[in-house]
Write a protein that binds this ligand. Structure first.
Ligand SMILES: [Zn+2]
Length: 231
C-alpha cells in the first residue's frame, strides 16, 4: 500500500531521523533520499531495471514485459520503499496522559509487517507486537501500526527494523519503557539459499522496564507476543 499523503508530518519525520542518526540506528542512506522527487526517482530507476531484464535475456518488445521496468520503478518508490522518505512520516498526535499507568502497558499485537530485505530485495513477511508504558503522552493505537508500516517500507534487516520502531516510539511518546517483538519469514531464506520454508526469525527490542530480565512487564509482554505471533 502506498502512503496516505494527508496524514504525514514531515517535521516530526525529520526529528525522528535525527534522533535515529544520533543513536546509530538509522538505515545507511544518502542525501538523495530527499533531494529528488518521486517522479524523478521513477524515471531514473526504470531504464536500469530494463537493462537488468535485457541482460537476463528477456524480450522487452513482448507486451507482457514492456511495462515491467516502469512498474517496478513505481513500486519501489511509491509502494514498497516510501518509508525512506521522512516527509511521509505518519502524523502522530499525542494526547496528555491523565492516568497513572505505573507498570501497566498499552499493547498492540498482530501488526502486519510487510518489508523487504536489504541484502536481496525480496519480501520479509511477518507480525509485530508493540507495547509501551505511557508517561506524559499517549499515542493513538493506530499510530503504532503506522510507525511499524513506515519503517517496514524501506529495504531492511529485521534487527534494525525492530530497533528503529522501538526507538521512534520511545522518542515520540517520551517514555523509557518500550518493547517491540517481530516474528517474520524471510523469502530470501525460503526461496533461495538454504530454502527452508518453515523457519521464521524472531527479534526483540526493549527499553526501560521491559529490559530488566526479572521484570513482570517483560514476562507479560513476551507471553502475549508469543501467543500473538503463533500463526
Ligand atoms: Zn535477504
Amino acid at each position: 500500500m502506498s502512503h496516505p499523503a494527508h496524514k504525514s508530518n514531515a517535521e516530526l519525520g525529520l526529528a525522528v531521523h535525527k534522533h535515529l542518526v544520533s543513536k546509530g540506528l538509522e538505515t545507511p542512506m544518502t542525501d538523495l533520499v530527499t533531494s529528488q522527487t518521486a517522479e524523478k526517482k521513477i524515471k531514473k530507476i526504470a531504464p536500469h531495471f530494463e537493462k537488468i531484464m535485457e541482460i537476463l535475456g528477456l524480450d522487452l518488445t513482448d507486451d507482457s514485459l514492456e511495462d515491467t521496468p516502469n512498474r517496478v520503478a513505481k513500486m519501489y518508490v511509491n509502494e514498497i520503499f516510501w518509508g525512506l522518505d521522512y516527509s511521509k512520516f505518519p502524523k502522530c498526535t499525542t494526547i496528555e496522559n491523565k492516568m497513572d499507568y505505573a507498570h501497566s502497558f498499552v499493547l498492540e499485537r498482530n501488526i502486519n509487517v510487510q518489508s523487504n530485505c536489504e541484502h536481496h530485495f525480496v519480501v520479509i513477511d511477518g507480525l509485530a507486537t508493540v507495547a509501551y508504558i505511557p508517561k506524559k503522552k499517549v499515542l493513538g493505537l493506530s499510530k503504532l501500526n503506522r510507525i511499524v508500516e513506515f519503517f517496514a517500507k524501506r529495504p531492511q534487516v529485521q534487527e534494525r527494523l525492530t530497533e528503529q520502531i522501538c526507538e521512534a516510539i520511545a522518542f515520540i511518546t517520551e517514555t523509557d519503557d518500550v518493547a517491540v517483538y517481530i516474528d517474520a519469514s524471510h523469502y530470501c531464506v525460503k526461496s533461495r539459499g538454504i530454502q527452508d520454508t518453515g523457519s521464521s526469525t524472531v527479534t526483540l527490542s526493549t527499553r526501560g522496564l521491559f529490559s530488566a530480565a526479572d521484570s513482570e512487564v517483560r514476562r507479560e509482554f513476551l507471553n502475549i507476543a508469543r501467543i500473538g505471533s503463533n500463526r
